[in-house]
Write a protein that binds this ligand. Structure first.
Ligand SMILES: Nc1nc2c(c(=O)[nH]1)N[C@H]1C(S)=C(S)[C@@H](COP(=O)(O)OP(=O)(O)OC[C@H]3O[C@@H](n4cnc5c(=O)[nH]c(N)nc54)[C@H](O)[C@@H]3O)O[C@H]1N2
Ligand SMILES: Nc1nc2c(c(=O)[nH]1)N[C@H]1C(S)=C(S)[C@@H](COP(=O)(O)OP(=O)(O)OC[C@H]3O[C@@H](n4cnc5c(=O)[nH]c(N)nc54)[C@H](O)[C@@H]3O)O[C@H]1N2
Ligand code: SF4
Ligand SMILES: [Mo]
Length: 881
């Protein structure tokens, strides 16, 4: 334990580092130096609640797997030499090839202060706009759509609008899994005021469970659907003519909408039901997320939604408006500092000479700021591949796993002259490509601010000391800025100074009439910064918080909004005879992106322990894919092997795969390698949800399940590794025959001398082996020619114990197996819920919750509980009504 006075055992208020809901947390160090995490009852976003990921944060902050020291060329280095090396190489490349030969690739998970420094260094001092971020893959279509409609990138509404709406439409948003606490707020509103819910999503997701209407739309057809709605608004005389005085382009937009008769994949009755509910409800909030943004027509989708809100004047008033929910904890902050290659800072525009001059003067920049936008993410990695970018600094993101065409990105990084990676994790797909690795302070160790989906700025405060050599991202960047010669511009020694500078710059933006103005915070003291309570922007002399645009004042030069005339178009690549399926990709409930943090929690890893492919049972049957078999998926750019999950909620011809697995956890589960990187022409955001693929069964000779107390790295056609409470578990499959299983098992686990007990059935191609040390189970392997039916959780629980019966693969009768976790918050397994349904004859989610606890915390497993009830309930005689 450290004696550092900053780290106390009294609770510190901070913010969850995962999704853009931005829940407040109370952090306390326990006596053993560990961490306890609770929801902050006073935070306006969550009022004390946390989802499964937030509740498991304490399990992810240990030092195992952390990057502990700088590394240069694969060797540990001290900070001085690592920073000297980076500054020298960057300086030399800039001197020889010009500022546009270098780039920063950043992340919506960086703190605002970190982000501000990176943007200032690249745009203001190195003199290139080659700063882009993973927000390009995430929010850039929304940014472009907002700017096109409003003249600036502003989310008009607030979370209270979700509490106060009568209808909430979720478009391409699986809110129940991806913004669970907002979803819980929506459920509370539904219980209190009967809020109705429509979900527009090609697949039936957990968010559909409590919806009044699910519209399984054809992928990409959102513009066509909202054009239908707009035409219907006009036809029914539901436009708000008073508000339209503040809007340009309504007639043309309505005419284009009328002319757009593209197929939405929905029936006329479904479209009518949608139009009726939307048009007849004044208080309607349309929430949208990646089903909208990650599309080759993403910007148009955003404007198609906003068009309908503008036409009806349903914007910026209580309970109504278009609402883009941000994915990452500081996606919004990144937009504020101008982190994207086509933005400046504080919502100022790179293409505006007055803005450029003002920012250059404020920064005291050595030269005029770049006039041209820098390279957007996909272009940036293309430029790396082509050698036009010779040095790239990647901070807080894992592009070798999450960029489209990820295999090509990984190869490009491996071949790049200088790759600097700032991360907290020692081994990631991107870190494996780095020339220089810089250890960053992680969440709970670092100090700064983030902005959530509804413009609320919250503090992240340190409560743990962090590894000795780890440093804050802003401090590393500032060190490089000073080493490159700009001593005064990067002279801060604490984040409060950076925050004040950013706030002061936003005052200049405010002077140009822009909305992002927090100049009211420019004069706060260090103590006030430390104590800063969650604060919604703007914060200026003129205004504080609240909603935008209800008054009809927008940010285009004429003060009016724009409705945009739109014609829908299909996804960039369509399925054909060679690749007949459409691959949709997205998120699982309990994992965060590339799992560098959630993957360390056994509890979170229990829900979904391997990458999978959701496919309609009829499609699977046609392809000869068995449930729980393995599917080989190929696209124009890559290949993956995924576990088959039969799912009636998939449309025929469409499949879904999660994005979380990487070279570290399941090398054939890198689904972004399948995605081609076809971008929206306005935003540059890649289409990640509609990739043509071919699917066939993997010709596996054997499948296996493995557990071990120590980490192991399999080497076979398919493997997926996950944490468990006592070690690791893996699913494996091979395409080559294995002659000697005992030897193979010993090699796999690197256990040459452990005692081996085995049971073999060579005729069936089955083999089981248990390896023990001092009588305790240290590893076990179960091999069969088909998917292996075993009580996996029971076997996992045997690790480290005397387990004479482990090779049966079954739990003894007196030790009931809980099965895979359904409720991660309370650790309730599928079998406990099944028992409650079958033996307890319980038939509602509420009853099961009362009996088992499942779904009583964040509620995001309620859909799964309901699905189990549907599947397992004993049908009762119809009530005589
Ligand atoms: N558990 C968890 N939560 C997260 C994250 C995480 O990794 N794990 N990540 C965070 C981040 S960064 C983000 S950006 C958000 C993303 O949050 P979401 O956008 O809600 O999540 P996704 O699963 O990417 O995609 C949402 C839905 O879009 C649907 N969709 C696909 N194509 C279309 C289409 O053409 N039209 C429509 N209408 N829908 C379509 C998909 O079927 C999917 O259900 O989640 C955040 N929250
Ligand atoms: N096919 C497909 N691809 C997608 C998507 C999709 O839906 N489909 N979604 C896209 C979206 S919306 C997003 S947001 C991206 C997310 O993709 P990424 O941002 O690439 O994924 P993360 O796993 O969040 O990467 C964060 C990295 O930062 C490190 N890290 C954690 N804390 C810190 C810290 O404090 N400082 C530093 N320096 N590093 C830290 C972690 O160890 C990890 O390596 O993926 C995109 N890619
Ligand atoms: S909803 Fe969950 S992941 Fe998102 S901020 Fe809140 S606790 Fe964190
Ligand atoms: Mo995201």
């Amino acid at each position: 334990m450290t004696a550092d006075p900053r780290f106390t055992t009294t609770a510190v208020r901070s913010t969850c580092p995962y999704c853009g809901v931005g829940c407040g947390v109370l952090l306390a160090r326990d006596d053993a130096g560990g961490l306890t995490v609770r929801g902050d009852p006073d935070h306006p976003a969550n009022r004390g609640a946390l989802c499964s990921k937030g509740a498991a944060l304490a399990e992810t902050v240990g030092l195992g797997g952390r990057l502990l020291a700088p590394r240069v060329g694969g060797r540990a280095a001290d900070w001085e030499s690592a920073l000297d090396h980076v500054a020298w190489r960057l300086g030399a490349i800039i001197a020889r090839h010009g500022p546009d030969s270098v780039a920063f690739y950043l992340s919506g998970q960086m703190l605002t202060e970190d982000y501000y420094v990176a943007n200032k260094l690249m745009k203001g001092f190195i003199g290139s706009a080659n700063v882009d971020t993973n927000s390009r893959l995430c929010m850039s279509s929304t940014v472009a759509g907002h700017r096109r409609a409003f003249g600036t990138d502003t989310v008009p509404g607030t979370y209270e609008d979700i509490d106060e709406a009568d209808l909430v439409v979720l478009v391409g948003s699986n809110l129940a899994w991806c913004h669970p606490i907002l979803h819980r707020r929506l459920m509370a509103a539904r219980a209190a005021r009967g809020t109705r819910i429509i979900v527009i999503d090609p697949r039936r997701t957990a968010s559909c469970e409590d919806a009044d209407l699910h519209l399984p739309i054809r992928p990409g057809a959102d513009v066509a659907l909202f054009n239908r709605l707009l035409a219907e608004i006009a036809a029914r005389g539901a436009t708000d003519t008073g508000f339209l005085a503040h809007v340009e382009g309504a007639e043309a937009a309505i005419a284009a909408a009328r002319a757009d008769r593209a197929d939405t994949g929905l029936s006329e009755a479904q479209i009518r039901a949608f139009c009726d509910m939307w048009i007849d409800t004044t208080r309607v909030v349309t929430i949208f997320s990646q089903g909208v943004n990650q599309s080759s027509s993403g910007t148009d989708k955003v404007n198609a939604i906003i068009n309908c809100h503008l036409a009806t004047g349903r914007i910026g008033r209580p309970g109504m408006g278009p609402f883009s929910v941000t994915g990452q904890p500081n996606a919004m902050g990144g937009r504020e500092v101008g982190g994207l290659a086509n933005m400046l800072a504080c919502h100022m525009a790179l293409e505006n000479p007055a803005h450029r001059t003002a920012v250059a003067r404020f920064w005291n920049a050595p030269a005029p700021l770049p006039e041209r936008p820098g390279l957007k993410a996909v272009e940036m990695f293309d430029a790396v591949a082509e050698g036009r970018i010779r040095a790239i600094w990647i901070i807080h993101t894992n592009p070798a796993a999450t960029m489209p065409d990820a295999d090509r990105v990984r190869a490009a990084l491996k071949a790049c002259e200088l790759v600097v990676v700032s991360d907290i994790t020692a081994q990631t797909d991107t870190a494996e490509c780095a020339d220089v690795l810089l250890p960053a302070l992680g969440w709970a160790e670092k100090d700064g601010t983030v902005t959530n989906s509804d413009r609320t700025i919250s503090r992240q405060r340190p409560v743990l000391p962090g590894p000795r050599l780890a440093r804050a991202d802003w401090a590393i960047l500032a060190d490089i800025g000073r080493r490159l010669g700009w001593r005064d511009a990067f002279a801060w020694d604490r984040p409060a100074q950076i925050f004040r500078e950013h706030a002061a710059l936003s005052g200049i933006a405010g002077g140009f009439g822009l909305d992002f103005d927090i100049s009211g915070l420019a004069g706060i003291s260090d103590a006030e910064y430390d104590a800063l309570a969650p604060t919604r922007w703007p914060v200026s002399a003129a205004r504080r918080g609240g909603r935008f645009y209800g008054d009809g004042r927008f940010h285009h030069a004429d003060g009016r909004a724009r409705m945009v005339a739109l014609t829908s178009r299909p996804p960039a690549d369509m399925p054909d005879a060679e690749r007949p399926f459409v691959l949709n990709t997205g998120r699982a409930r309990d994992h965060w992106h590339t799992m560098t943090r959630t993957g360390r929690s056994a509890r979170l890893s229990a829900h979904m322990a391997e990458p999978w492919l959701d496919i309609h049972p009829k499609d699977a049957a046609r392809l000869g894919l068995a449930a729980a078999g393995l599917a080989e998926v190929t696209s124009a750019t890559g290949r993956a092997v995924l576990r088959v999950r039969l799912n009636n909620g998939q449309r025929r011809g469409e499949v879904f795969a999660p994005i979380h697995w990487t070279g570290q956890t399941a090398p054939t589960g890198r689904v972004s390698a399948l995605v081609a990187g076809r971008c929206d022409p306005l935003s540059g955001q890649p289409e990640s949800k509609a990739t043509p693929v071919a699917i066939r069964p993997l010709a596996a000779r054997w499948l296996a399940f493995a557990v071990a107390t120590r980490p192991f790295r399999p080497d076979c056609a398919y493997w997926a590794l996950a944490r468990t409470a006592g070690g690791w578990r893996a699913e494996l499959a091979g395409t080559d025959p294995v002659a000697d299983w005992p030897a193979k098992a010993r090699r796999l686990f690197a256990l040459a001398n452990a005692d081996l007990a085995e049971s073999a059935d060579p005729a069936r191609g089955a083999w089981r082996g248990a390896l023990t040390e001092n009588g305790r189970l240290v590893a076990a392997l179960f091999v069969a020619p088909q998917p292996v039916a075993l009580m996996r959780d029971h076997i996992t629980a045997c690790l480290g114990r005397e387990a004479p019966h482990v090779l049966t693969g079954m739990a003894p009768a007196d030790a009931p197996d809980e099965g895979p976790v359904v409720c991660a918050c309370l650790g309730v397994g599928v079998n406990a819920i099944a028992r409650a349904i079958v033996d307890g004859a319980l038939s509602s989610v509420a009853q099961i919750a009362a009996a088992t606890g499942a779904g009583t915390n964040c509620g995001s497993c309620r859909a799964e509980v309901a699905a189990l009830i549907d599947r397992l309930s004993v049908p009762r005689p119809a009530a005589a009504e």
